[in-house]
Ligand binder design. Sequence first.
Ligand SMILES: C[S@@+](CC[C@H](N)C(=O)[O-])C[C@H]1O[C@@H](n2cnc3c(N)ncnc32)[C@H](O)[C@@H]1O
Length: 245
Amino acid sequence: MFDTYSEIFAERGAAYHRAMAECPTARGAEFRAVLAPIEGRSGVLCDMPSGGGYLASYLPAGWRYLGVDPSKDFVRACPTGVECVQAGITSVPLAAGEADAVVSLAALHHEPDLAAVFSEMRRILQAEGRAVICDVAAGSPVASFLNGFVNANNPMGHDGHFLDERTAGLLAEEGFAVADDRLVDMPWKFADLAEAGEFCRHLFWMPALTADEIAAAMDREIGFETIGGRPHLRWALRRIVCDVA
Ligand SMILES: C[S@@+](CC[C@H](N)C(=O)[O-])C[C@H]1O[C@@H](n2cnc3c(N)ncnc32)[C@H](O)[C@@H]1O
């Protein structure tokens, strides 16, 4: 058993990073989908929160990447040469208007104060800047999988507050104009079902289950499609693209 919350978090964060290190391309479509709305632009991109800076290797030339994450373990796990800083996502160490783009992927469902995060995004963006918010959509199969199966099998549970009908209004209140808002398919690609189950076992930290049990739940609740002999998990997130109003 674990003695303290920080020990549990260290274990859980390490497992997340291990999944990403062992299958670095599984979420490739997700990283490409979050960067597509800033294609053709350049400058400073702030990834908040960044985890271990996984997005950086997908960023085209012309961008300076800055990852921001509250966890020192994730910041330490960022590869050499990838700029990541430990900070809260409501207190990003950038001056007003210093960022040309802001990206937030798969994380805001754990944030208690979305208005404060959107306000911070607006503060750091320059006047022509763009924010891309990409996270689980309330009511989607991915939402049910995380707050159901993962909640039941992760020792810390999973209680995500997913993007819903209030999110776009909150962005408008914080000075953004929504340019696009939709559910985007971004399938996770694996070599086989064993790899898929093992990936989610670590990523979502379900240590008491086997990879087979987890792959079966992924298939039952989200679904796999076989393309070129390889299983692709039907992962889909809501992507909100917004510009400074
Ligand atoms: C699921 S990971 C996503 C990381 C990365 N964007 C990715 O797509 O892999 C969640 C991240 O949120 C951070 N986090 C957890 N609770 C948070 C909070 N309340 N506010 C901001 N970040 C938080 C964690 O440190 C972790 O890096």
